[in-house]
Design a protein around this ligand. Structure first.
Ligand SMILES: Nc1ncnc2c1ncn2[C@@H]1O[C@H](COP(=O)(O)OP(=O)(O)OP(=O)(O)O)[C@@H](O)[C@H]1O
Length: 113
């Protein structure tokens, strides 16, 4: 159990150092969570958004893992590698759009008089 946690933390550390987009996502989502809390969002909304944020970070990590795998196994240019990276990137984009809509909705509800 402790060993697995260490591997996971190693993964976070590696991705954090190499992926600027992951650092940006973490910063933006923490700011969004803080803004929601300050706007008076209910615990239920905060829990839902927190789960969605965790899902987005997980997909960003998987995207980074797929990129790293592609670059290790096939560093040369190849249309299949390009398609693989584009699809992984599309997955991250899609879940991030979902999070954006969720945060906007939670903010709207929290700001209702
Ligand atoms: N080996 C390759 N062969 C073909 N196309 C590639 C290759 N490497 C990268 N690409 C193209 O360049 C894009 C960016 O690839 P890169 O590895 O730089 O990812 P990135 O900029 O870190 O992406 P993201 O913002 O999703 O993290 C890919 O989505 C793909 O379209």
């Amino acid at each position: 159990m402790l060993g697995r946690t260490r591997f996971s933390l190693n993964g976070w550390s590696t991705a954090w150092r190499s992926e600027g987009s992951l650092r940006l996502h973490v910063a933006v989502s923490l700011v969004a969570m803080a803004a929601l809390a300050m706007a008076g969002a209910s615990a239920w909304w905060l829990a839902v958004v927190a789960f969605a944020v965790a899902a987005c970070w997980a997909v960003e990590l998987l995207n980074a893992a797929i990129e790293a795998l592609c670059d290790t196994l096939h560093p040369e240019h190849h249309p299949g590698i390009g398609a693989t990276k584009d699809i992984a990137s599309a997955a991250a984009f899609t879940v991030n759009m979902g999070l954006f809509v969720l945060v906007a909705l939670a903010l709207y509800v929290a700001l209702q008089p």
